[in-house]
Design a binder for this molecule. Structure first.
Ligand SMILES: [Zn+2]
Length: 253
């Protein structure tokens, strides 16, 4: 286990005070390696909170560049980062926030094998992507490598999130929830999105990732739905689809 320095004990003192985290939990965060897929509206608070909380290593994956229309909600990026690669912009901001965070960046589209290696090397994967193809791919790779997956999405005034802890037996997967029927992506460019709703979902994703590293109970088996307009929040129980091609024995890839 990593030994925390005196500076770290001060820096993370408010978190170490929580009995559920304590010294051991903070050391687990320092040893933690988290892959963040997408540095947009969800990935921004995920990366900022995980770096601030003392997670040792963040791997950032995004091939996109910062656009002016991103700045309304993708709060890790600033005005001067427009036209820069998102991962370069995020790396710069994280270095200012917490220089101790080890940041690995991938700014080109990874092929299946490269992404598979990244998933295998991670303790937790946070899906902060904006399309079904990536969500299905991450789900498949996380299931294959038994890597916990924190999944989130937000559009308009609504958000949802859950954690699939594939280290456990018989856990449902993302494809149990959404069968792969090549459905069209509903994106923010066409539907709009209220900035704080991606902030809320992303913050909760960071919280889930921290709890996975600290060995605490997560949303595993439940889907949390947030409606920012009516301020209603509900949680649905998730069950495995017996015909799921990803997670059901004999039907797996
Ligand atoms: Zn499944």
């Amino acid at each position: 286990m990593t030994q925390l320095s005196d500076d770290e004990l001060i820096r993370y003192s408010r978190q170490i005070l929580l009995p559920e985290i304590g010294y051991a939990g903070q050391a687990a965060l320092a040893d933690g390696r988290i892959l963040i897929m997408g540095l947009g509206g969800l990935g921004s608070p995920v990366a900022l909170y995980l770096a601030a909380a003392g997670v040792g290593q963040l791997t950032l994956v995004d091939f996109d560049e910062v656009d002016t229309s991103n700045l309304q909600r993708q709060i890790i990026h600033e005005q001067h980062n427009v036209n820069q690669k998102k991962v370069a912009s995020a790396r710069e901001r994280i270095a200012r926030l917490n220089p101790a965070t080890n940041v690995i960046t991938h700014e080109t589209r990874l092929d299946e094998e490269q992404l598979s290696d990244c998933v295998q090397a991670a303790d937790v994967v946070v899906d902060a992507s904006d399309n079904f193809a990536t969500r299905f791919q991450l789900n498949r790779l996380c299931h294959r490598h038994l890597t916990p997956l924190v999944s989130g999405a937000a559009i308009r005034w609504e958000g949802q999130l859950t954690t699939f802890d594939f280290r456990r037996q018989a856990t449902p997967c993302y494809q149990c929830l959404y069968p792969d029927t090549s459905q069209a992506d509903a994106n923010c460019a066409q539907n709009g999105v209220a900035a704080p709703i991606v902030g809320a979902v992303g913050s909760f994703q960071a919280l889930e990732a921290i709890k996975v590293l600290a060995g605490l109970e997560t949303l595993q088996g439940r889907l949390l739905l947030l409606d920012g307009l009516s301020m209603q929040c509900q949680s649905l129980n998730l069950t495995s689809d017996p015909d799921c091609p990803i997670c059901q024995p004999g039907k797996s890839d």
